[in-house]
Design a protein around this ligand. Structure first.
Ligand SMILES: [Zn+2]
Length: 493
């Protein structure tokens, strides 16, 4: 086919398209096409993540690095021409680990590498010495077998190697029960074998958060295995734990909000969020810097292309997520008067594996709109929505306010093995996949900001029904969230 004929043919096709497709649909489809093309090209996203991870580093809420990250994010939004604001909220308790030492003594002596678990208590400067006893996997039977010997001792918990996301969920679920049994038995403290190989330490959240009253630590896996072999060979061992923690009372932290005002319905909101805080052993690349820079980049490209969504889009970088999802909780209180007009709130928090679809969190009426929003990028799929409620990231308080909420479901890839660990660094991010994920989230955001809305905010009774008819109650109890829902202090009144 020669060039002229080809041009003529294309002209005829485009005239036909103009005749059969309403003008509005054509302009919207092309707007999103431009946006998707823009986020797939070379953008400052990778350099942004390098700055956030390598230059600012690990950024627990309450740290200087965290405040730096907030200012950095404000600057990034402003440089992109996006309206940016910080919203202050109060964190209940400051916690920061200075150092942790674990000295083994008794029949055999050596020093083991260890990390304090978040909200572990400190010990006297000379250390806290107590017998170290083998508590197996910390089951009910294990505690029964050991009986009174657990009292006043450091209980040592064996773990399997963490391989996948199920393993990670399992670790959380077991830890809540282990802590309950251990504290009821009057232990001096808890020592977990690190579930990660190759000497990797991490900060596994204690289930009670700031309410924890015991020293708790994770011991390097190979040394922990040696401890276990010695104990099972009948040796008597003691642990002297030296945990130096800086603690304090309430303090202020900030969410960062980048806003693109709606052109037709500025009073209706779509929230796309990723948490900017991290733990401090690594530099928070996979959890969750990668998705922070993704949101900044989508906002940047929307602004650059002068895209005007019908509804207001809030790109929110949550703070305090790792310490009880405090930033998103506060947002639902600060913006209580606007919540009826929040159409959807999505969290992206599972690393850089391929986005497989979205958790619709028990709101099956959202499955079809999500499918619709993803249609323009279906080549990056297939996508499958999973309609079960999940607890553990910043969708939670939106779910408990009855707002349509989503969590991006990723191929776990290297997320579980680097979770909260020393190894969560810039080099773990798969940038080609992050680019494709950015296009997916851009399409989802754009779709929800423009589509007709057929779903409503749920009442408290409807939310209670969701809790009663799904796995939600169990998950809420695991995170100590159920009582405060029942008494009305967290969630829709
Ligand atoms: Zn996270």
């Amino acid at each position: 086919m020669n060039a002229l004929k080809s041009i003529q043919l294309r002209l005829i096709i485009s005239i036909i398209i103009c005749l059969v497709v309403p003008v509005q649909a054509v302009s919207q489809a092309s707007e999103l096409d431009y946006l998707v093309a823009a986020v797939l090209k070379q953008t400052p996203m990778k350099e942004d993540l390098r700055q956030l991870c390598d230059e600012i580093g690990g950024r627990p809420t309450g740290s200087k690095a965290n405040l730096k990250a907030v200012e950095w994010a404000m600057k990034k939004f402003k440089q992109a021409g996006v309206i940016a604001k910080k919203e202050k909220f109060t964190m209940p308790k400051y916690w920061s680990s200075r150092s942790t030492e674990a000295l083994i003594s008794g029949d055999v002596s050596f020093t083991a590498d260890a990390a304090a678990m978040p909200f572990s208590t400190d010990t006297p400067a000379a250390g806290l010495k107590a017998p170290l006893i083998d508590l197996g996997r910390g089951t009910e039977e294990d505690f029964t077998r050991v009986g009174d010997k657990a009292k006043g001792a450091f209980v040592f918990i064996e773990t399997g190697e963490l391989l996948d996301i199920e393993g990670l969920f399992g670790e959380y679920a077991r830890a809540t029960d282990i802590e309950k049994r251990a504290f009821a038995a009057g232990v001096a403290g808890i020592v977990y074998m690190s579930s990660r190989p190759k000497g990797i330490l991490y900060r596994h959240n204690a289930s009670r958060g700031p309410k924890n009253k015991h020293p708790m630590l994770v011991m390097e896996r190979d040394q922990a295995k040696r401890v276990l072999r010695l104990l099972r060979a009948g040796k008597t061992l003691f642990l002297t734990a030296k945990i130096d923690i800086e603690t304090g009372g309430e303090y202020g932290s900030f969410n960062v909000i980048g806003e693109i005002p709606g052109s037709e319905k500025p009073g209706e909101f779509v929230v796309i969020g990723a948490h900017i805080d991290s733990w401090d052993l690594g530099t928070g690349a996979v959890d969750n810097g990668c998705n922070v820079v993704m949101l900044i980049d989508i906002a940047r490209q929307m602004k650059r292309l002068n895209i005007k969504p019908k509804r207001t889009i809030r790109f929110i970088l949550w703070n305090g997520e790792e310490q009880g999802m405090r930033g998103s909780w506060q947002y639902t209180r600060t913006h209580a008067h606007e919540l009826d007009r929040h159409v959807m709130a999505c969290s992206i928090d599972i690393g850089t594996g391929r986005i497989l679809g979205f958790f619709t969190n028990g709101r099956k009426e959202l499955v079809e709109p999500v499918n619709r929003a993803l249609k323009p990028v279906q080549g990056l799929g297939p996508f499958q929505q999973i309609d079960v409620p999940i607890v553990g990231t910043d969708n939670y308080d939106f779910m408990m306010q009855g707002i349509g909420n989503l969590v991006a479901n990723h191929d776990p890839f290297n997320y579980p093995t680097n979770y909260h660990a020393e190894s969560d660094t810039f080099d773990k991010v798969d940038f080609s996949q992050l680019k494709l994920n950015t296009a997916i989230i851009a399409a989802l955001t754009y779709g929800f900001a423009n589509m007709a809305v057929t779903w409503k905010r749920q009442t408290r009774a409807e939310i209670q029904n969701l809790i009663d008819t799904t796995d939600l109650k169990r998950q809420m109890k695991m995170f100590y969230l159920y009582k405060i829902w029942l008494d009305g202090s967290r969630g829709r009144q």
